[in-house]
Design a protein around this ligand. Sequence first.
Ligand code: GDD
Ligand code: GTP
Length: 411
Amino acid sequence: IYKAVILVGGPSRGTRFRPLSLNVPKPLFPIAGHPIIWHHLDALSKVEGLKEVLLIGFYEDAVFQRFIDDAARDFPQIYVRYLREYQSLGTAGGLYHFRDEIQRNDPRQIFVLNADVACSFPLNDMIKFHNTHRGLCTILGTKVSREVANRFGCLVERPENHEVLHYVEKPESFISNLISCGIYLFDCAIFGEMKKAMQNKANRVDRDQFQVQDERLRLEQDILRPLTESSKLFVFETTDTTDTWIQIKTPSSAVPANALYLEQYQKTNPDRLLKNVPGGPTVVGLVYKHPTATIDPSAKIGPNVTIGHRAIIGKGVRIKDSIILDNAEIKNNSCVLYSIIGWDSKIGNWSRVEGTPTTDHATTVTQNGIKIQSISILAKEVTVKDEIIIRNCIVLPNKELKTSCHNEVLM
Ligand code: GDD
Ligand code: GTP
């Protein structure tokens, strides 16, 4: 059997995801109509013999209860549980703390997935690859542009067998543009390595009387890096044609993540997508609409748009590359481009909310030498009056906008 752990983090993290994480913990923010980590379960449900998924983090216990209930309905074959760290233990600390629970029923291998990624999750291919080498860990790797590589864990591989020769977490200078996707497959023997790492840390503390015992264990620096020294870390690289990956740190990255999952739907469940039908709105490209949302037939929607639960889209509205969250309303003849419209927000008639398109993994764009917010984000319960233009702005919850604004954070 296989098991999986999703590292969900806790309330002190995900601060870069504000203002959207003010209303929902980041792992539960909806992308393509479902919480971020629902897509992880969707992928895990396609691994034969995988029956249990543990969410490990330091949120209150109640936070994931509804998600777990919904998951039981959507993925009846998987048992999902939340295990709470009493404090932030680091990316490997929780794995080590709950090692008995994770190893119960003797899983053959364990997937560990960062919560804040969107991916086509080639998990079955990772299993196949893992069984061809003698390492303890297979890490999913992908190539990114040189300029952004040092924001990730960087890998140098031996091309013949994909052994990872060097692993450096967020290096100061360029090392490699092959990076870690934060998606791993481990043998249970990894817990022995974690034990060693804990002992090494304790020994260091004994020698240095000024250092206090820190229980945080970092998967990247404390576990993966040492694994390269004993040739036990291997990388499975995404293929350009079928696999996609993106990190979800800022609200801006939710828009390309949304596009990524809509493309996944098109490949695997095309009936989840909205179609052009007589008497319906004009649909351009990939659009997801919650069954309870209403869209006027004269509206034109898409590509890369998600319309949430009970949202109302008026006459002549144009929406593209955007996420409209639950209960939001876009009134007649308004236009929403490259934006996220928060829960219960209202856009008046003949208004316009827009951002600027970005390339992969970039979240801001530079215009005339000034860095600007790339997409417009309206948090929960924001009201935009009639005939207003909002461009490249972040708007905090409960604001009412009566004048047009550009390139601002509106508090
Ligand atoms: N349970 C728990 N406890 N989870 C945690 C903790 C913790 O103390 N700290 C972080 N996490 C979770 C986060 O919620 C996230 O899902 C994941 O662990 C990694 O978060 P970060 O520590 O913020 O690292 P990062 O996202 O900047 O970088 C990691 O992911 C990149 C890919 O997205 C690294 O693994 C990089 O090497 C990698 O490239
Ligand atoms: P079209 O065939 O012209 O619709 O092109 P497109 O679907 O490729 O759209 P494009 O990216 O060129 O522009 C966005 C669409 O939004 C255009 O159709 C514009 O007519 C429409 N649009 C732009 N501004 C507004 C606005 O303020 N209100 C409304 N209702 N529509 C707008």
